[in-house]
Design a protein around this ligand. Structure first.
Ligand SMILES: Nc1ncnc2c1ncn2[C@@H]1O[C@H](COP(=O)(O)OP(=O)(O)O)[C@@H](O)[C@H]1O
Ligand SMILES: [Mg+2]
Length: 301
């Protein structure tokens, strides 16, 4: 299997708040420093890059530089559909009018997969434009992941014409471990770890996408002192230290539990589980993000 870092399409998914956008920005910064031409793709109306990189310009349809060497684009569904229509209808003004029409709007809203297909088309176009890698920040809880399974669904329905052609191209791309990787991001909590195990199993069973790594963000370091040791301290220490030691005991216990869950995840998944350390800053600096990105890349090696 080819080095996951070399793949042109890097999809990152996971529940909200687990650290996807942070990881995507971090990876992009590290890749830019290594001389590649990364493009961050936000899906829908989420302004994810702006929440990670302070002072980033507004991200719209056309790629814009958001940090040194890092560009970003927002692939909003309606616009993506318009672009595809414009290609088919040729005259953009007609496409625009068609899209504004109630019938067309109803179709876009109701027909399963229209937005997702248009999104795929856009991602293929960006890859064709030479962005490398294209990093897609995709929410597992929302629609975003849906497009991964779409090619199969439409295949079974017997799609024809341009739709069939698009589906064939994307199906090949998502499943091709030389060209794409889907990374999962999680937190070391009990529930997120369990959900990730289930999601990974489901994706592996479906076999539609080339799986990459599982990133555990905010992974605590192994505590340097054992819980038993802290308990010994607590029984012997002077009463004035009791509150401090209670905190220490709690910290050590939490870190130990998180470590145990990460080990279980590793044992269960049997593929790359990459730990990302906790960043201290509330709003990480570009340098801190880039450093995190290099840790992620070393993990992927
Ligand atoms: N490695 C990390 N260390 C510390 N805080 C982190 C880390 N990764 C993410 N965060 C914080 O967690 C919150 C959610 O991260 P974000 O990347 O926006 O998640 P998502 O895109 O999955 O919703 C943010 O406040 C972010 O700063
Ligand atoms: Mg996000």
């Amino acid at each position: 299997m080819i080095d996951p870092r070399a793949r042109a399409l890097q999809l990152v998914t996971g529940k909200g708040g687990v650290g996807k956008s942070t990881l995507v920005a971090a990876l992009a910064l590290a890749w830019a420093e290594r001389g590649r031409r990364p493009l961050v793709v936000e899906l829908g109306r989420r302004a994810s890059i702006e929440s990670v990189i302070a002072g980033a310009p507004r991200v719209g349809w056309d790629p814009v530089e958001v940090a040194p060497g890092v560009h970003a684009t927002n692939v909003e569904g309606g616009r993506a559909v318009l672009e595809v229509l414009a290609r088919w209808v040729r005259v953009r003004r007609l496409a625009q009018r068609a899209l504004r029409s109630e019938v067309m709007q109803a179709f876009v809203d109701a027909a399963p997969g229209v937005v997702e297909m248009a999104t795929m088309e856009r991602i293929l176009e960006l890859l064709g434009d030479g962005w490398d890698p294209v990093l897609v920040d995709a929410d597992a809880s929302g629609h975003a992941l849906m497009f991964l399974g779409l090619p199969q669904v439409f295949d079974e329905l017997g799609a024809a014409g341009p739709v069939a052609a698009l589906l064939a191209r994307t199906r090949g791309l998502f499943a091709d471990a030389r060209r794409s990787a889907l990374h999962l991001v999680t937190l070391p909590g009990a529930l997120p770890v369990q959900e990730t195990i289930e999601l990974e199993a489901r994706l592996r069973e479906q076999g539609h996408v080339a799986l990459g790594a599982v990133f555990v963000s905010r992974a605590p370091e192994a505590p340097r002192v054992s819980s038993e040791r802290v308990e010994v301290l607590r029984t012997h220490a002077d009463g004035a230290l009791a509150p401090e030691l209670a905190w220490l005991a709690r910290d050590v216990a939490l870190a130990a539990e998180a470590r145990a869950r990460i080990d279980a995840l590793r044992a269960r998944i049997g593929r790359d589980v990459i730990e990302l350390p906790e960043i201290d800053e509330t709003r990480p600096s570009i340098d801190a993000l880039r450093a995190l990105g290099h840790i992620a890349l070393r993990g992927l090696a």
